[in-house]
Ligand binder design. Structure first.
Ligand code: ATP
Ligand code: PRP
Length: 210
């Protein structure tokens, strides 16, 4: 690849699957990143530099152009609504965003909905014509209906284990979620050859796996 690419990589569960995808595409992301606490990792052999970010911040780094491209969950992309290009569905970190509640839940006039995704949840209920009070939480969202903070929650479901272990039920799926490759708008023009080459390589790898 010609131009050097700065890649915003989310730490945590997406990184594990993204690094595997990059490696199977012939881009040997160094194994030492996996356990390292370093935040900026130049990989001269790939002509790339990895910026290890908190997942929710990836679209911010890409919008401001401090990263040319990034890997991010569709959930975060929808919630953050940043001015970036979405280039490719990587098909990794697959889960879904759902409305969840207690099994004996009954509709109330003005329910409280707790979530990490206040923008997405507000829009979802607004489009359904339902008035709700959205309460932003940052984790352990399933606690909210159990301790009476909220009537329902909007959160991610993958295996369903968290719901089962807490006696909650999935009531409605909002969206299926996977991780996406995103690009800064200016970088996409200025470094088009490199970004497009990476995109094609990843797309071929994903197609071979399907
Ligand atoms: N079971 C799951 N629960 C939540 N997110 C999941 C799940 N499976 C895949 N994902 C994807 O992984 C991303 C969350 O990754 P991770 O849990 O590492 O970060 P986080 O909880 O947002 O960050 P942090 O733990 O640093 O606050 C989501 O944005 C989503 O796209
Ligand atoms: O269906 P499952 O496989 O159980 O996965 C879903 C759970 O995983 C996530 O929580 P996370 O582990 O990120 O912890 P958090 O509560 O701190 O967000 C998510 O918010 C759910 O609680």
């Amino acid at each position: 690849m010609k131009e050097m690419l700065k890649v915003a990589m989310p730490k945590g569960r997406i990184y594990k699957q993204a690094s595997k995808l990059f490696r199977s595409a012939g881009l040997p992301v160094p194994e030492e990143i996996d356990e390292s606490r370093r935040l900026i990792i130049p990989v001269p052999e790939l002509n790339m530099e990895f910026i290890m970010a908190k997942p929710v911040d990836v679209p911010t780094y890409v919008e401001y152009g401090v990263a040319d491209i990034g890997v991010v969950g569709k959930d975060v992309l929808m919630e953050e609504n940043r001015n970036v290009y979405e280039l490719l569905d990587l098909g990794i970190a697959r889960c879904r965003m759902s409305v969840i509640g207690l099994p004996d839940w009954e509709p109330v006039l003005y329910p409280r909905v707790a979530t990490k995704y206040p923008n997405v949840a507000s829009q979802f209920f607004r489009e359904k014509g339902q008035q709700v009070e959205v309460i932003k939480l940052n984790g352990s969202i399933e606690l909210a209906p159990l301790i009476g903070l909220a009537d329902r929650i909007v959160d991610m479901v993958e295996t369903g284990q968290t719901l089962r272990e807490n006696g909650l039920v999935e009531q409605e799926v909002l969206f299926p979620i996977t991780s996406r490759l995103i690009a800064n708008r200016v970088s996409y023009r200025m470094k088009n050859e490199s970004i497009q080459a990476l995109c094609d390589l990843l797309q071929d790898t994903i197609a071979q796996k399907a």
